[in-house]
Design a protein around this ligand. Structure first.
Ligand code: GLC
Length: 540
């Protein structure tokens, strides 16, 4: 029997954009509580909430000014307790985002730290003297500028891995570490089931502060940003002490029963596996981001399955991420084609490992196209001069607002996301009248019902939850694989091409239990697959 996190399904809620209960145009905790039945019905099992802690909201919550309280924008402690309880009442789990690497510049710790070099909090952050008016070394932030920020109060520089208003905490300071571990305990005591760890690869820094060496690579990629902006970040990313810290954190988590950690880390598979630990004694899971840049064809997915089976064999558990609040929405890569998106959902929910679904993926929400000048995203502000089309061509997502628009609940005003008084914080995608939960609930073959059916099949199937994977060689453009245990066996067929395909079925005694297309015909010996279609059949 697997532990719950080994075969759960994760659904990411971006609280600002999910459901607004008080009419201020910004989603909130009560809004999420009101939609728990929807989520339970959909069949997702673990909710991951992007940050809702107290924050000046300069990075919409990823800049925390108090880890132990709730930002009034989203609600209060009573609401979060109610949310945890209501999730548990439905047999679901909930994990929070934990931004351990940095705080907001508005955090009292930092305010205190920057006051003087003798401050008791000075060593809570990373301060260094400059070199002849220049930064202490060449380390770059994730966005490409120097990661050092000059502060004239003390004529020193502080370090920030992401944006300058997000100063990095100093984990070489035991007091910081202890305080943050206690922060984690604070929420575990309140009943949260685990954490998603924000930019965990940046947490440790090499004490020598030597310059990072040159790299030929300029552009970062979502699954590996260790080499970017002509720099190989060997001293500022993925330090041995970060792998060790993953284990320390795991020990804290293990003080409680049944909790878990999933890390946002980056690097080669070898590095990602070091975060998990040889004995599985580090982070339980890490996000695998290669699907962000998937290609819609058989050979891509065939290769992916083979690689994951080789690199992450059981008991490792791969994760499947098509979309999130940073990288955009997966359906955009197939030009918002719902038929194709259904096949990707079929792949995501029948593969061995954990599907991570971003709110709105289940109805086929795509990226918006918000002009850079109107964007509220601080990353877009950094890249304001870069033309969006160029960034898109280079595969970089520079206006994250495009993937953060309000959830499309219905065709009514503001898509049912908020009441009529205040407009939502971001405009809705104009297609909300056609693409919304209410209308898709009614249609048997909608995207929403596709996700729903697949999630429910997955939940009940031993083969999909715990089984092994075997590729079945087929000619042509159909990807075929088997998921099986001793008791159950399912074959998944995915026709990626625009042409119909006819395939023999090995073993006569079969039944189609799911299909993305009503015209898919199955006569016990032969499957006739329409273009861009997929199915699951069981073998008895
Ligand atoms: C992570 C978050 C992103 C945030 C950044 C800084 O990548 O997912 O939204 O802006 O870290 O915290």
């Amino acid at each position: 029997m697997k532990l719950w996190w080994e075969n759960t399904s994760i659904y990411q809620v971006y609280p600002r954009s999910f459901m607004d209960s008080n009419g201020d145009g910004i989603g909130d905790l009560k809004g999420i509580i009101g939609k728990l039945d929807y989520l339970n019905n959909l069949g997702v099992e673990t909710l991951w909430l992007s940050p809702f802690y107290k924050s000046p909201q300069s990075d919409h919550g990823y800049d925390i000014s108090d880890y132990l309280s709730i930002d009034p924008l989203f609600g209060n402690m009573e609401d979060i307790m109610q949310l945890i309880e209501s999730v548990h009442e439905r047999g679901m789990k909930i994990i929070f985002d934990m931004v351990m690497n940095h705080t907001s510049i508005e955090h009292n710790w930092f305010k205190e730290s920057r006051k003087s070099i003798d401050s008791t909090k000075r060593n809570w952050y990373i301060w260094r003297k400059g070199k002849d008016g220049n930064p202490p070394n060449n380390w770059k932030s994730m966005l490409g500028k120097s990661a050092w920020n000059y502060d004239k109060t003390t004529d020193e520089w502080y370090y920030s891995s992401f944006l300058s208003f997000q100063p990095d905490l100093n984990y070489d300071n035991k007091e910081v570490k202890e305080t943050m571990l206690n922060t984690v305990r604070f929420w575990l005591d309140k009943g949260v089931d685990g954490f998603r760890l924000d930019i965990f690869n940046c947490i440790g820094k090499d004490e020598s502060f030597k310059n990072n060496p040159f790299s030929f690579r300029y552009l970062p990629s979502p699954d590996n940003n260790d080499k970017a902006f002509f720099q190989n970040k060997i001293y500022s990313y993925n330090q041995v002490k970060s792998f060790q810290f993953a284990k320390e954190l795991r020990c804290v988590i293990d003080e409680y029963q049944g909790r878990f950690l999933i890390g946002e880390v980056s690097g080669t598979d070898k590095i990602l596996k070091r975060f998990i630990g040889d004995k599985g004694d580090g982070l339980h899971l890490v996000f695998l981001f290669q699907l962000i840049h998937y290609k819609f064809n058989k050979s891509y997915f065939l290769k992916l399955i083979n690689t994951l089976e080789k690199v992450y064999p059981s008991p490792y558990t791969p994760t499947y991420v098509f979309s999130n609040h940073d990288v955009g929405r997966g359906i955009n890569r197939v030009s918002n084609d719902i038929k194709k998106w259904k096949l990707l959902a079929l792949f995501q929910l029948t593969s061995r490992g954990i599907p991570v679904i971003y709110y709105g993926d289940e109805i086929g929400m795509g990226n918006a196209d918000i002009p850079m000048k109107d964007s509220q995203d601080p990353v877009a502000a950094e890249y304001r001069r870069v033309p969006k089309w160029l960034a898109e061509k280079l595969g970089i997502f520079i206006n994250r607002d495009d993937a953060r628009t309000p959830m499309q609940w219905s065709k009514s005003i503001y898509g049912g996301f908020c009441n009529r008084i205040n407009a939502p914080w971001l405009p809705l995608i104009p297609n909300f009248k056609e693409i919304n939960v209410e209308s898709q609930l009614e249609k048997e073959d909608s995207m929403l019902n596709t996700y729903r059916k697949l999630l429910h099949i997955r939940k009940k199937s031993e083969a999909l939850l715990e089984g092994k994977t075997e590729i079945i060689e087929k000619k042509g453009s159909v990807l075929a694989y088997r998921r099986f245990t001793h008791n159950e066996s399912f074959i998944i067929l995915i026709n990626f091409s625009n042409k119909p395909e006819t395939l023999d079925v090995e073993n006569g005694n079969c039944e189609v239990i799911f299909s993305t297309d009503d015209n898919l015909k199955f006569d016990n010996k032969v499957v006739q697959m329409p273009p861009i279609s997929g199915c699951i059949y069981s073998q008895r």
